[in-house]
Design a protein around this ligand. Sequence first.
Ligand code: LLP
Length: 386
Amino acid sequence: MSITFPTARLAQVKTPFYYYDTDLLRQTLQTITAETQKYPNYHVHYAVKANANLKLLSIINEAGLGIDCVSGGEIQQVLKAGFPADKIVFAGVGKSDWEIELGLEAGIFCFNVESIPELEVINEIACAKQKTANVCFRINPNVGAHTHANITTGLAENKFGIAMEDMETVIAKSKEMSNIAFKGLHFHIGSQILEMDDFVALAERINQLQDRLEAAGITLDIINVGGGLGIDYTAPEANPIPDFASYFATYHSHLKLRPGQSLHFELGRAVVGQCGALITRVNYVKQGSVKQFAIVDAGMTDLIRPALYDAHHKILNLSSTEPEETYDVVGPICESSDVFDKDIKLPRTHRGDLLAMLSAGAYGEIMASGYNCRQLPQAYTSDELQ
Ligand code: LLP
């Protein structure tokens, strides 16, 4: 079942706004639960950076997922949504002291630590609070991913993680620290990954690292492979739910877990990407000298992915069934990159038509900005717009 639009109801709402189909979100979550139940030691933490809308968070919490945060603000938001603190993992290359304090006070499950200076600060703060911080080290596995350069993270040149060659030193150091409990390793190679071979490469690298650590007498309780499973932006209606079965099966067949180890995932886009759309109204249709423009009331301030990553979001005209014509769909912002798509076919489009930009549930609403003094987009769920 793909995203469905109650068009008459949507037409009554002030545009632009995000629309979330909660039936599709629930089905996606059911699929995740059904697939992970096959592997009792697998735990999925929803990567809240993809979308922190409270209405969606409460549905994700009901489904029993844990949570992956990268800031103190995200920790506050997920606690507000009711997630239990002991299901929170907290990553990030530059955690501030107050964020570490917050994590310790709340009693989060684990800090994903990215450097020795950070480890030292966590130890100091934990010491002052007489608490113990569970930590995993984020290791940079130097594994490439077939995705956009701006969203690949696991190469040696990226700013993320601790180099593989420093792994034993960092673990040894953590074991000397009074208020640190070393739990395991964390990885993340990038986002919007559709080739299972990329995850195979990560699993194989982790196997090598585990063998190396075992030889040094170091064992791990936790392995966290991050997120990254992509969604189908080209044919979202045909593939509304990502292939979670193959994703988890890939790790099951390639990653050699030791008895008692738990495997953690931090999935963002795959959970919420397809259930959301940006709804916008056409303000003008303009004939340029070589182009026909549909100028809409949403801009890159509402959905920045096309401008930032050349991302493609399929666009539907919900109001017209006339013969197709070719359009550039552009926003009103004073930037030439404020273009949603070029030379696409849409039913003949008129002022006032409602367009839907699909697959916008992840990294859409949350990345909105107030540039040009624009208001942030509102958001509604299908439960609210019946
Ligand atoms: N874990 C870590 C450590 C991450 O850095 C990320 C995403 C995730 C998990 C979740 O990845 P996902 O499952 O959603 O691929 N704004 C970009 C995506 C940035 C992703 C950043 N890290 C976009 O719109 O495509």
